[in-house]
Write a protein that binds this ligand. Structure first.
Ligand code: GLN
Length: 196
């Protein structure tokens, strides 16, 4: 019999890994840290955490996780990226560094450090489709500048797109793992369960 709780990985090369592991467990998933290609076997979904997208990209190459994870996402592995994770999941990035690497998959153009140019970090209540008002923490956050036709915009902050969904991919500019409000992790767990 398959495990009743889905197993969701958190990419654990850099960033706020522990908070995502805790939020996933609170949202009803088994959560494991993913550092090596082998860790990808047996997970039903993955979270790419916030942190620094250029550093996470370099470590993805060094730990040889970039290609297998890219293929897994291409093959339908559900993925949720918050902040730096949103940047890593984007198909197109403005203001990345020249040698920066990405996983891709989400048909969006993301502007890196977009809010960060105005103010490094702030909190705001964002109205999320299907969830309602959500107190969102933004830290040197990107925004989505353009979204393809298959992308559903589920949240905006000051008219900027800050939360999107495309099939089994989810991304937010902000950090729900820092607030103790697990509704976005619950949404992702539901998406993962739907794909099992
Ligand atoms: N500005 C960071 C980057 O470019 C993202 C910040 C974050 O994840 N809090 O990766």
């Amino acid at each position: 019999m398959p495990n009743a709780r889905p197993t969701i990985g958190v990419l654990a090369l850099q960033g706020d890994v522990r908070e995502h592991l805790a939020a996933l467990r609170a949202a009803g998933a088994d959560a494991i840290a993913v550092r090596r290609p082998d860790d990808l076997h047996g997970i039903d979904g993955i979270i790419i955490p916030g942190g620094e997208s250029t550093t996470i990209g370099k470590l993805l190459v060094i730990f040889e996780v970039l290609e297998p994870l890219r293929k897994a996402i291409e093959g339908g592995l559900p993925a949720y990226g918050s902040c730096a994770g949103m940047i890593l999941l984007a198909d197109r990035v403005e203001d990345g560094t020249p040698d920066q690497v990405y996983l891709g998959g989400l048909d969006v153009t993301v502007r890196r450090n977009a809010f960060g140019r105005q103010v490094d970090s702030f909190e705001r209540a964002v109205d999320l489709t299907g969830i309602g008002p959500f107190q969102a923490v933004f830290i040197r956050a990107p925004w989505v500048e353009r979204a393809g036709s298959s992308v559903e915009v589920i949240g905006r902050c000051d008219s900027r797109i800050v939360a999107v969904r495309q099939g089994s991919l989810l991304a937010t500019s902000f950090h729900p793992e820092l607030t103790g409000d697990h509704r976005i992790h619950q949404l992702f767990v539901t998406m993962v369960e739907a794909g099992r």
